[in-house]
Design a protein around this ligand. Sequence first.
Ligand code: GCU
Length: 609
Amino acid sequence: MIRSLCLVLLLANLGAVDAATIVNHILSRTHISLDGKWNYIVDPYDSGYYDYRSQPYDAVPQPTGGYFQDRRNVPATDLVEYNFDRSATLVVPRDWNSQDSRLFYYEGAVWYRRLFDYSAAPHTRVFLHFSAANYQADVYLNGEKLGRHTGGFTPFDFEVTGKLKEHENSLVVRVDNRRIAEGVPTLNTDWWNYGGLTREVCLVVVPETFVADAVVQLDRKNPAQIRGTVQLAGPQLQQPVTVTVPELRLSATVTADAAGRAEFSLPVDSALQRWSPEHPRTYEVVVSCPTDRLAERIGFRTIEVRGDNILLNGQSVFLRGVCLHEENPVRGGRAYSPEDARQLLGWAKELNCNFVRLAHYPHNEYMARLADEMGLLLWEEIPVYWTIHWNDPSTLANALQQLEELVTRDRNRASVIVWSVANETPVSAERTAFLRRLVERARELDGTRLVSAAMEVHKDPADGNTRIVEDPFGAFTDLLSFNEYVGWYDGNIDRIGKVEWRLKYDKPVVITEFGADALQGLHGPETARFTEEYQAALYRETIGMLRKLPHFRGTTPWILCDFRSPKRNLPQVQDGWNRKGLVGENGIKKSAFFVLKGFYDEMAGATKP
Ligand code: GCU
């Protein structure tokens, strides 16, 4: 893995741009897809991984077994109790739960195997890239272990230069989606634990010395220039690197240093059209050196907080948002394709949103790329969700790794304005210290965006109608962003109008969740929970309350679409779905959709730049 090398190399002063790997620019690189049908073996007892003494087969030099060996054409005399060639297939990318009803609730290990040919090109290097695999992936090539990745929503890669054969390379991946207490997320979540190779798998071929990473952004401190760094990887590092923006006739050439790192800046003038939701203008940026060339479309904008205001390109912006999970409710299963992203973000656009909170984990890269194109600002989050093991160093290391993988993948995306390090975590000194480490790391990796988390509210013990937000962690975030469920988990709708708020910080307030369950098509009096009328009334009342909230700068109601959750079991209403969507699992909009749209149309009119 080239990540650790780059991490050491790259801590720079430009917003502390950090490590770069091949992962960052995968969609801008030529790649050989390994998607499609993969043979699979479901292995609930881990018989393919451990021997009967629970020792991993792959931990010894002369393994006596293990599915990773992918034994084939076994002579009748040999005892081999698996055979991928004769096993069923699953489609990749996709979760396994929505492909095979026997795997709908399955949590455990599944072995995937893909055979492929490869003809090597001279003077090139090859990386095996996974856009994500939930939750833990052990990867083997031709019987050799390449490594393990933990974390279900971020990309990882292994260099396989010189390890490939011309024909029938055997790629075996053991994916284990078991929830573990010390994991990120931990045991308890309100979303479906889809398992598998949920995103693309491919080979990426690059020159021996290549552009491992390029970070290109408008300088927040001096927006009259584009600044950035380029990181080369390979034997010839001290090469001239040229960064060009052809449409703006901008170009700069700098020689990379001994570590392959080059810093550059490009003066810009009024010809540059800033990226915004109203004008999602991107420019082709070409980064080249004598041995390699990388081109990517990038938008240029600034985002900052000044007092209780959020400024986009120096102008105050109100965030008309909505939350969404990475799920295609109509087809079922994890969303993974550009079409899925277009469906989901298209509904957000119909709501007249200019902002979307991608909850509660990094979504696939198509979301951010499409948000750049469609003009939607994004909140991206890592799954530090509810009661994480704050004192476990491996949990912190895992959370930091997921954050690094997310930021290094998406930091060229103009749409992304907030890195969120947590959701609804209980206040304690250990927890706040844990989250502060994440905030520091996010700022090191990228000093050009806002950092926050979805915090919580508590009742004033002395006065039943007062709600207080005084989380000590709020002192370290750019926004005062919190979830509130007055009218659903906290009383009925009639309580909403009575609530007084006491907020500890004079920061921009973003309500990152509010909402109510409603079964699409279920109608009744506004007081009847789970009806569309109740949900719509809750939205009307909540919007009324939020208008009076000091420093109110935006919201992302919970949630765009109904989504699967094993925690929601009310028969004939929930049936394994969280019904707080504004769009039902059938793709039909509920009444509250139009209540929110009405509010956003008004806000869009009122705040037209
Ligand atoms: C929580 C949580 C969500 C959950 C929602 C709900 O606030 O952040 O993940 O789905 O509430 O209860 O519907």
